[in-house]
Design a protein. Sequence first.
Lengths: 589, 161
Amino acid sequence: MTGVIGIDLGTTNCAVAQTDMDSASSVRTIPIPQLTSPGTIEDRGLLPSFLYLPQTGEFPDGTLAMPWDPGNAVITGEFARAHGVKAPIRLVASAKSWLSYSGADRSSQILPWGAPPDVEKVSPVEASARYLKHIGGALERANCDYSEVILTVPASFDAAARELTIEAAEVAGLKNVTLVEEPQAALYAWLEKTGDRFRKQVELGDVILVVDVGGGTTDLSLIRVTEENGDLQLTRIAVGDHILLGGDNMDLALAHNLARDRKLDSSQFASLTYACRHAKELLFADPKLKKAPISVVSRGSTLVGGTLKFELTREELTRILVDGFMPRVTITELPQAVRRTGLTQVALPYAQDPAITRHLAGFLTRQARLAEGRSFVRPTAILFNGGVFRADVLKARVIEVVNGWLTSDGGSPLKELEGADLELAVARGAAYYGWVRYGHGIRIRGGTARAYYVGVEAAMPAVPGFEPPVRAVCVAPFGMEEGTQADVPPQEFALVVGEPTVFRFFASSVRRDDRVDDVVEDAVRSDELEEVAPIETSLQGEPGQLVPVNLQAAVTEVGTLELRCLQKGGAGRWKLELNVRKDQRTDAA
Amino acid sequence: MAWRVLLHGDYASDLLEGRKELEDKRARAAMPTERVHASALMLLAALQREGRFIDFVRQDVAGFPDEDIGAAARVVHAGCRRIIDQFFRFQPASDGSEGAPMTVPAGFDAQRIRLTGNVTGNPPFRGTLKHHGWIITEVKMPEISDALDPRVAAPAEVELS
């Protein structure tokens, strides 16, 4: 039997691993050849998730060719990132964050965001497909024999973002793709590394907090150790919201602090950011060092004499990174949202509060329904993932803060699960999950991490300037497993044949007890519900005819949500599509 | 001669191989020098790209204070090190520690050990290890496209406003 491929499609870096079907210990990462300069291809462990869209003639003919695509005319990976710093208007970055941002029209050509009209733009789906296609080429190059692909998504991705990720995989030509959540993949990598010894490290009733801080996002999950027929089981019980905050913010914060009032051009600032990352790693690796010197050279060929000198001190590192991003806070301190006034530009909804510990407090208290009468869910173990946690100081600070919450609530301190490689774990875990799906090892259960609702406008007399409240009817309860379908709610809708029908669609990551047909009044103003992309369908048949239907939700084997209309008292079945196009068109320029 | 070729296959293939080598040599001679030495030029370009190596060694640094040279050297060191670590793996040619006494046995590998000082008599020699040497154990050079002009170590950069 052939192998399974695991792909970590990250916000700032992608990685790929393979496993054979005959052995769990066969997981290995696969190098990704990429341009590091025109006409120069090198193998790297990670593919930076950057896409540069060159102008015709910007690079010599043939120097962008890839072994699997001689006519290639765009740049993905290392050289895209490096050159994009010097020509940012043609650089696509953070495509994955755009994929999950409902404020923009995600399937139309909007990236690079704000680029001038003569730049030929791509959609977030196309950009993601480019990275996947590149990885497909790398697999072809390495002669990988595989029949399935496991693709990772943040646990915080809603139904629409998952659907778009699958669409990107289809555009890239990948076959038999299944999704897995990144924090789960990180735990799978830990299971792969720990093997049978995992039973000695966790016990029944443990609640594992997975803290995954990538380059651009922070993703949180809770996984409980349960038991079935005397065997330990793992069940993912909650996921956090999508937080656009990660390691890149840390390097930027250091660079901004050092640059202060000195004049740097964009490329010098990028060098400073890069140098800050190295200085940071140097200081974290050697606790005796008091400071690390940093040099940034001028753009011209005169090197000596034109160098800008900086110094990163340990005091600044601790103040900006450790205290800035992981402050000691109480469990009741929630992320601070800065209220925006007046018009705001359409842009990625970056987290406004850089304190990861406050986001963590928010997550644990928001999931209070799981807390059995306490004010927050008490984790008993913690697993870190993401390159940020190469710094032991940052791990130690998170543990210190969470332990503070636990002990003041009468709980016991956390145990740390020693993870695998922090940067490649998600790809490795995804490949391992491919093996688990064939009935080996231990599988993390949990199903969907959200309940989904269809919006129904309350019937009331129209009042000018007043939008009638929207009632949300639950169509898919929390925790639906792959390959299952929900009950059919009795709520009936009349659809007009030949006309598009649009439903508003909502999700909740905290309402875990709602059943099909349960109603949330005033969905728009509820802080437990978030609006997802609208869903729509167009019934074929004799126009104008009214067809009574019920809505039913199902979770596909792939891991996406599917909604269908079932004709009442008839055989008609129609699929509803998530519409990721925004109603109000926003101009990309 | 013709008989030997017919009777001894090995001799025939030796001859053919010799001819092939000769042809290769001729082909290389016909190539412009930059094509023959493309990988060396690529290494220079990579050192310049990441570590501003050419800028550094081409600049006359005599008049600058150590502090300025040191600040620039930091960038050169970090960048060149990245490239060198990416392309090559190293290990010392000798396991001994520098400054410690060492015996050089009879039949030593003259590729890996160089004798200095009072070089007389027959091995085994008694001496002191001055430098442990370097062996490159792995070479991982990038693939270079023929479409690239190897003479360009760094293109001129023109910023459009």
